[in-house]
Design a protein around this ligand. Structure first.
Ligand code: FCB
Length: 422
């Protein structure tokens, strides 16, 4: 394969989902939410009942890793209660099926959702949530420690805390509560350290488990070079979402709680007169196109930034890294294939340059419930037809392209893939 960029043999080529976005039948703070497009998470992709089929799809994709969430609200009905055996068995069966398919699981313990009894007690603003979470994780890890060696404690604490308390995008839809934002981050960081200890003590069949958060990294900048106010807003955003959060989880002695750092990377948000120039922030796609902004249905793309941030994290923390999420939402599959190719080229450059990156998880396995946006964002390697009550899955061209990458263990250029050029 001409131009193929080979990755290390033990590299994890994976994909990712989260419970609220794919499982359906959840009872958490998202259950009652209805997005502007009418979408809600009550059935989602019905992965809850269809996981065996979805594992078969993963085997077909040729991934050797899967980042999945375990939904706290399914497993504990009250603080400090025993775990629900039947629900636990379902996750055990899923993990066993992954193992049989040669797919390594990375388990996410918190991905934007909480049991309703946590929500009604004040969520992560309440310090009592920390010991409740530690209790839950202790029981879960005891049950799964032989099967799981890669634990991702919190997914994007910055996104969770900012959308709940600063930007009003996630339940309880509060805005500009800076203290609540900081409190949430601090409680989650404390919980990360404590459950890290629990996981380490539990072990993983004689081996050492891996523990880390997934940090969403967004670059912020001004749209126009001379707009000082937008420079200022970018600097404030960078501090609040990146600097403050990394410091809370990895600063000083807390660094020792993690054995890896997960990076969720989507791109860049630039401001024009205080307005974020990204579709996820409400900017009009046509206007962005006129201004020459290259973006998917969420963020401006910035593949070069991936190399920059990986090198920076490597220097700063010296921890092994995983790309715990990258993907693009678009109905233009050629765009998504190009986007993936460009990001993998950057990733390969970083690995070649000595950065210890151990895996890449494509977001997402399935088109799914994209939180406040409902079903309008198409991220799937598999397309899901939500208008058909059977929710059929269908391989996309991006999925076929990714299969070529997983099989070769190398980032192939689109022209090397017979499917990409069809
Ligand atoms: C990340 C989230 C994930 C999904 C993707 C598009 O911020 O972790 O659940 O929403 O973005």
């Amino acid at each position: 394969m001409a131009g193929a960029l080979k990755f290390p043999d033990n590299f994890l080529w994976g994909t990712a989902t989260s419970p609220t976005q794919v499982e359906g039948h959840v009872a958490n703070e998202w259950t009652e939410y209805v997005a502007p497009d009418g979408g809600h998470c009550r059935l989602a992709c019905n992965h809850y009942h269809r996981y065996a089929e979805d594992v078969a799809w993963m085997a077909q994709l040729g991934v050797n890793a899967y980042r999945l969430g375990i939904e706290w609200s399914r497993l504990q009905a009250a603080p400090f209660a025993p775990l629900n055996r039947q629900e636990l068995e379902r996750y055990v069966d899923l993990l066993d099926r992954l193992k049989a398919a040669g797919i390594t699981p990375m388990v996410v313990l918190h991905h934007f959702s909480n049991p309703l009894w946590i929500t009604s007690a004040g969520g992560w603003l309440n310090p009592a949530t920390v010991p409740a979470f530690v209790d839950y994780v202790t029981k879960l890890v005891t049950a799964l420690k032989e099967r799981v060696g890669l634990w991702n404690t919190f997914n994007e604490p910055d996104t969770y805390a900012s959308l709940t308390y600063l930007l009003g995008g996630f339940p309880p839809f509060r805005k500009w509560r800076l203290l609540s934002y900081r409190k949430t981050i601090q409680h989650m960081a404390e919980a990360h350290v404590r459950v890290g200890e629990v996981i380490r003590r539990a072990g993983h069949g004689g081996r050492t488990p891996e523990i880390g958060i997934a940090k969403n990294w967004t670059f912020f900048g001004p749209f126009e070079r001379h707009a000082l106010w937008d420079h200022l807003l970018a600097a404030i955003s960078h501090h609040a979402f990146n600097g403050y959060v990394l410091d809370a989880f990895l600063g000083g002695p807390r660094r020792a709680a993690s054995t890896f750092l997960g990076v969720n990377y989507y791109g860049l948000a630039r401001f024009k007169n205080f307005e974020p120039m990204v579709p996820a922030g409400g900017a009009c796609r046509k206007r962005l196109a006129r201004l020459g902004v290259v973006c998917d249905d969420m963020f401006e793309r910035h593949p070069g930034g991936l190399g920059i941030i990986l090198k920076n994290f490597h220097r700063r923390y010296g921890l092994p890294l995983y790309i715990t999420e990258h993907g693009a939402a678009s109905s233009d599959e050629d765009f998504r294939i190009r986007d993936l190719t460009e990001h993998l080229r950057e990733l390969h450059g970083a690995v070649k340059g000595g950065v210890d990156v151990r895996g890449f998880f494509y977001w997402s396995l399935l088109d799914n419930f994209e939180w406040q946006f409902g079903y309008s964002k198409k991220f799937g390697l598999l397309a899901v037809d939500f208008t058909d009550e059977k929710l059929p899955r269908k391989m996309t061209r991006v999925g076929e392209f990714y299969r070529g990458i997983c099989r070769a263990g190398a980032a192939v250029a689109p022209q090397d893939s017979s499917v990409a050029s069809r």
